[in-house]
Design a binder for this molecule. Structure first.
Ligand SMILES: [Zn+2]
Length: 349
């Protein structure tokens, strides 16, 4: 239950134009040579801004490479390409590149700088990397990044469904913490109260201004980052991931067309919170209505049949992980909501 030592990011910059100062942040820490990993399809102007910033502050590009797949094999291959002169590793882009960069940095024992260009999930500051090993997705421990650099101007230009995905992933903290507490009451699983509090509070903090303007993006970035911190404090993913994530993982494994992570976890959180019988269901519903979350879901509706299979499978996705789904067959309640809840009209087919 106790963590002898926790690691937290030392440098956090969440502001407009932060990417143009990336080189300065490295230079200040005397990190004069860095490898830069970026997402496939990253806008050239974003990559140029990062590279120019390194040049401006005398940080040598030890290696610049595009990350094509989020696998452990790719991280190990890239680790072998990082020269011994390299002093830091930077990840710029979306989840895939950031997960590979974070894991490669931990293999190479180098300080890692995370520079997300969208806020579609809470992985950019979490102490683990989500990678596949022989095609099977795993969460591998890495420790959190040394620095988090969120450029609000860049994130504001990201497509709206990515922002909605971040909102969905954030709301799943409500259901994750409820599941964690349920596991305590039913089986005595230890709960770290501070981690649970931070996780819950991060959602309320975002609710103060849930819009996709610069201030709203700043709040979402901060809230998602605090979820990563909560995981590090707890020494597990419990504060950020519960039954809603089990359903999303099952969808990734069995669905024909997995959707954005946070659209899956957010929708699952909305459904699961109804089973949990607290007041979170109403709060998540309000937040999704205010942010237009369901519009992004309706653009590419989920398959009801795929969800039925995923919900059935979800309790066995993670070994020894007690959630509300461990208690009863959830699907009849979910099917009833999908058929009758006006918010869900057009979200499933
Ligand atoms: Zn998540």
């Amino acid at each position: 239950m106790k963590n002898a030592q926790i690691n937290l990011p030392l440098l956090v910059r969440i502001k407009a134009g932060a990417l143009q100062r990336l080189g300065l942040y490295l230079a200040r820490s005397r990190l004069t040579s860095a490898a830069l990993f970026y997402s496939e399809g990253l806008l050239p102007s974003i990559l140029d801004a990062a590279r120019q910033s390194l040049r401006d502050h005398g940080v040598a590009p030890a290696l610049v490479c595009e990350v094509k797949e989020a696998s452990l094999e790719e991280a190990v291959r890239l680790r072998s390409e990082v020269p011994s002169s390299c002093k830091a590793l930077i990840g710029v882009g979306g989840g895939k590149a950031l997960d590979v960069a974070k894991y490669t940095a931990s293999l190479a024992e180098l300080p890692y700088f995370a520079a997300p260009t969208s806020l579609s999930n809470d992985g950019f500051c979490s102490p683990q990397a989500s990678l596949t090993l022989e095609g099977k997705r795993q969460s591998l421990p890495t420790g959190p990044p040394e620095a988090v650099v969120v450029d609000l101007t860049v994130c504001q230009r990201a497509p709206l469904p990515l922002w909605h995905s971040g909102v969905g992933d954030l709301c799943s903290k409500f259901t994750a913490v409820s599941d964690w507490k349920l596991a305590f009451y039913r089986r005595g699983d230890p709960v770290n109260d501070m981690a649970a509090l931070i996780s819950d509070a991060s959602v309320f903090q975002f609710m103060a201004n849930p819009v996709s303007n610069e201030e709203g993006i700043r709040l979402l970035a901060t809230a998602l980052m605090l979820n990563g911190v909560a995981m590090e404090i707890a020494g597990s993913s419990r504060p950020s991931s519960g039954s809603e994530h089990l359903i999303s993982h099952a969808l990734d494994m069995t669905g024909a067309r997995p959707r954005l992570h946070g659209l899956q976890t957010g929708t699952a959180a909305y459904l699961v919170s109804s089973l949990q019988r607290g007041n979170h269901h109403e709060k998540i519903g309000e937040l999704f209505a205010r942010t237009g979350f369901w519009h992004s879901v309706r653009k590419q509706p989920f398959s009801k049949e795929e969800w039925r299979i995923a919900v059935e499978r979800a309790p066995s996705v993670k070994e020894d992980f007690y959630t509300i789904l461990s208690e009863s067959d959830a699907w009849p309640e979910f099917a009833r909501m999908i058929a009758l809840d006006p918010a869900l009209i057009g979200c499933f087919e």
